[in-house]
Design a protein around this ligand. Structure first.
Ligand code: UDP
Length: 495
């Protein structure tokens, strides 16, 4: 037998096809490659278009990262042609079809597995891809789960699942999440769909996908220990010892070039953007972006835009391109919003180079939906947060930012929307709330200064964590060591 002992390790990364999963896993691929690992990222042709240039940049800098493209059976699964990413899903009713299509990648992957060189040492896969568990078993390699959600939100959800204190209460009745180091008050209205008794339509899909989370050989978490120490401890208590916090993975993008290319091709010229940012006062600009998949109504976006305008701060407002964006774009033109704010406002329609923007010295606040990646990117940039959660575990992240870390202010959204059903609820926030929260974050008094100071301290900790000698750097080495020892023991058994 040709021994692989001491041979080159090869990690295969399989992210769910959604920006919130793919982007951090590509970041993670770079970090692994910096540690000398050969990395293959499994994707599909439409997705590959978005990150080919990022991968090329990495390859040019000497990192061993490659893409493996599998055909995504969109039309065979009842999806529109080319719909290979959750950010392209036209409606909630097609989520089920999307996961069916994603599960059909298994056979293709297993057919090409033997062509991957050197032989893969492990699979790292994200949420909602349960087939990767079976495939890893089949090829006798460890399967590591990539948790893109953080330890605080996990701890809250876990305590609620086990205590069920949230059940049998009315929607807005508040309760305290039991047994946590901090006093976290929530209502059912703010909980992720998985914990909400009202959300039954996709519960079967959720249950079957959960298999992907329950039986990993180990877990990598995109967080760093210093950020949520007590909750990392709690996470390890529940999940077992093979947990490695390796974040913030976005900090792998050290150069503006990497930051500009991250995710997708930006919908704004980088030079123009940086010139605009350079012209603003330090720490004065509010950057507002609600992530990659939310589909807020035009009425809601109008409130957000008017709130930004009323705050009197310079702002960058990212408006996601979707079937719904026609209404808000028409309003912007009809009401001359862009024209009257042309001195102090920049609108990005489509994809924004978020990490590039957040790292600029003129950014003074980040109005975010509190998706975990965005939250962590705000923390890493040392920018105070204006929390505007919408769905999933975002209200839990808001609690972390506002009440535990105390680096943010809440806009005051009281109830989550179900993803894809944004049209079914009224206004989540009014312009006055947006204005007030921005004013609080930008406040130059003691409270605002203290908040900014704390934000900067966490930013320093984040940077240190992924540098040599830092906690996340060390954890990455531990992960690699674990996989290496598993490869060796499998070979000895096979011998
Ligand atoms: N993102 C970006 N530009 C955009 C929108 C999103 O770069 O215009 C990135 C953002 O930096 C983050 C990811 O997309 O890394 C979104 O993940 P998150 O968990 O914050 O939210 P989701 O989109 O999954 O709701």
């Amino acid at each position: 037998m040709a021994s692989q002992l001491n041979n080159q390790l090869h990690f295969v990364l399989i992210p769910l096809m959604s920006p919130g999963h793919q982007i951090p896993m590509i970041d993670m691929a770079k970090l692994l490659a910096i540690h000398g690992i050969v990395v293959t990222i499994v994707t599909t042709p439409q997705n590959a278009i978005n990150f080919t240039s990022t991968i090329q940049l990495s390859v040019q800098s000497g990192l061993k990262i490659q893409l493996l493209q599998l055909q995504f059976p969109a039309t065979e699964s009842g999806l529109p042609a080319g719909c290979e990413n959750m950010d392209k899903l036209p409606s909630r009713s097609l989520i089920r079809n999307f996961f069916i299509a994603a599960s059909m990648l298994q056979q293709q992957f297993e057919r090409v597995f033997h062509t991957l060189k050197p032989r893969p040492s492990c699979i790292i896969s994200g949420k909602n891809l349960p087939w990767t568990v079976e495939t890893a078993r089949k090829f006798k390699i460890p399967r590591i789960f990539f948790d893109a959600m953080g330890c605080f939100s996990f701890s809250c959800s876990n305590k609620l699942e086990t205590s069920r204190v949230h059940e049998n209460l009315s929607k807005f009745e508040t309760f305290i999440v039991p047994d946590l180091p901090h006093r976290i008050e929530l209502s059912q209205a703010k909980l992720p769909e998985s914990l909400s008794p009202d959300s039954k339509d996709l519960s079967d899909v959720r249950d079957s996908l959960r298999a992907a989370e329950t039986i990993p050989d180990g877990i990598v978490v995109n967080t760093f220990e210093e950020l949520e120490k007590e909750y990392v401890t709690e996470y390890i208590k529940v999940k077992g010892n093979n947990v490695w916090c390796v974040g913030p993975v976005s900090a792998s993008n050290k150069l503006n070039l990497d930051r500009a290319e991250r995710g997708k091709k930006a919908s704004i010229d980088e030079t123009h953007l940086l010139k605009w940012l350079d012209m603003q006062e330090p720490e004065s600009v509010i950057y507002a972006c609600l992530g990659s998949i939310c589909g807020l109504t035009s009425l809601q976006l109008v409130e957000l835009g008017l709130g930004l305008e009323a705050s009197n701060q310079p702002f960058i407002w990212v408006i996601r391109e979707s079937e719904k964006s026609e209404g808000i774009n028409k309003w912007i033109v009809d009401e001359c919003f862009e024209e009257r704010n042309k001195e102090k406002g920049l609108i990005i329609r489509g994809w924004s180079p978020q990490v590039l923007i957040l790292s600029h010295k003129s950014i003074g606040g980040f109005l975010t939906h509190c998706g975990w990646n965005s939250t962590l990117e705000g923390v890493t940039a040392g920018v105070p947060i204006v929390a505007c959660p919408l769905f999933a575990e975002q209200f839990l992240n808001e609690k972390l930012v506002v009440e535990v870390l105390r680096i943010g202010v809440s806009v005051g959204v009281e109830a989550a929307v179900a993803w894809g059903l944004e049209d079914e609820v009224g206004l989540l926030m009014k312009r006055e709330q947006v204005k007030k929260a921005i004013e609080m974050v930008m406040d130059e008094g003691e409270e605002g200064e203290e908040r900014r100071k704390r934000a900067k301290e966490f930013s320093c900790m984040a940077e240190r964590a992924i540098e040599e000698g830092g906690s996340s750097y060390h954890n990455m080495e531990m992960l690699i060591q674990y996989v290496s020892s598993r490869v060796e023991s499998t070979e000895l058994l096979d011998y």
